[in-house]
Design a protein around this ligand. Structure first.
Ligand code: A3P
Length: 311
């Protein structure tokens, strides 16, 4: 089994990232002011527009998580919009001390070039579960629009495990079975980190201390898998983008078992690390997992005034 999985991993050749669109415009005046105050924007950077009129700008929207929620799919789907410029890599500015210590000027330098009419977006899924991040994002821009994509918390745990399992396989390192993480003395091991990341109400509370709920749009990651277009339309509306993404931008790929994207006659699916088979888990253990999330899910639904079709 492990050898088969390793074989599959080694077959990976496709680049994961979609090239971002020709990039964006200047910063808003308040962002420029912030950068000057922070001493991170030198005189030379203030006019750093490229010759075609594009420039780097701080993101007006961030996909904050959740890890394994479908963040890459969301970013790529949103990038179908001509008015969106997406950072290719996960920037980890607000959650990694070393990056944060470089200041906003460094953050800006990680952004794609874009035109003034474009929105810059970056995604770093670890932001959602990092306690320091909400305050830091707020101090950069209190009116920023945040995107959060969530999926069934138990599924997310399995997906989280699967990702780490594959990372180990790629390095030819052994990795324990999921049961070894989920069970301790016959009981659910609540110290398993992946479980904590699925306690959405805990992390959401941190964000709601700094941002009103109306600034955080929650994308239903399970629906995005089954039928992406309606979820993406809601994101367009939330970001006040003109409706330019169409149903025809998506087609179901039977081989992949997921929707893929069609853009200007070019078809592409997400990298094969997205949409992997999860391990088979004993139904009794799976039940324990579902029971464990029952109360936290209820708390989350109350917090956001909305329910989701989770176990
Ligand atoms: P699995 O690989 O466990 O199925 P993230 O990008 O945040 O790491 O999320 C990865 C998940 O995105 C995948 O988890 C997959 O279920 C989900 N996903 C949503 N839409 C997808 C799509 N169109 N193609 C591939 N994976 C998609």
């Amino acid at each position: 089994m492990a050898a088969l999985l390793l074989g599959a991993v080694l077959l990976v050749t496709q680049p994961q990232l979609v090239p971002s669109r020709p990039a964006a415009s200047g910063m808003e005046p308040n962002q420029q002011e912030l950068l000057r105050k922070a001493g991170t924007l030198g005189d030379d950077m203030q006019d750093s527009g490229a010759t075609n009129g594009s420039a780097q700008q701080l993101p007006q929207t961030i996909i904050i998580g959740v890890r394994k929620g479908g963040t890459r799919a969301l970013l790529e789907m949103l990038s179908l919009h001509p008015d969106v410029a997406a950072a290719e890599n996960e920037v980890h500015f607000f959650d990694w001390e070393e990056h944060y210590s470089h200041g906003l000027g460094w953050y800006l330098s990680q952004m794609p070039f874009s035109f003034p009419y474009q929105l810059t977006v970056e995604k770093t899924p670890a932001y959602f579960t990092s306690p320091k991040v909400p305050e830091r994002v707020h101090s950069m821009n209190p009116s920023i629009r945040l995107l959060l994509i969530l999926r069934d918390p138990s599924e997310r745990v399995l997906s989280d495990y699967t990702q780490v399992f594959y990372n180990h396989m790629q390095k030819r390192k052994p990795y324990p079975s999921i049961e070894e993480f989920l069970l301790r003395d016959g009981r659910l091991n609540v110290d398993y980190k992946a479980l904590n990341r699925s306690l959405y109400h805990v992390h959401m509370q941190n964000w709601l201390r700094f941002f009103p709920l109306r600034h955080i749009h929650i994308v239903d990651g399970d629906r995005l898998i089954r039928n992406p277009f309606p979820e993406i339309q809601k994101v367009e509306r939330f970001l006040k983008l003109s409706p330019q993404i169409n149903a025809s931008n998506f087609y179901f790929n039977k081989t992949k078992g997921f929707y893929c994207l069609r853009d200007s006659g070019r078809d592409r699916c997400l990298h094969e690390s997205k949409g992997r088979a999860h391990p088979q888990v004993d139904p009794k253990l799976l039940n324990k997992l579902h029971e464990y999330f029952h109360e936290p899910n209820k708390k989350f639904f109350e917090l956001v005034g909305r329910t989701f079709d989770w176990h």
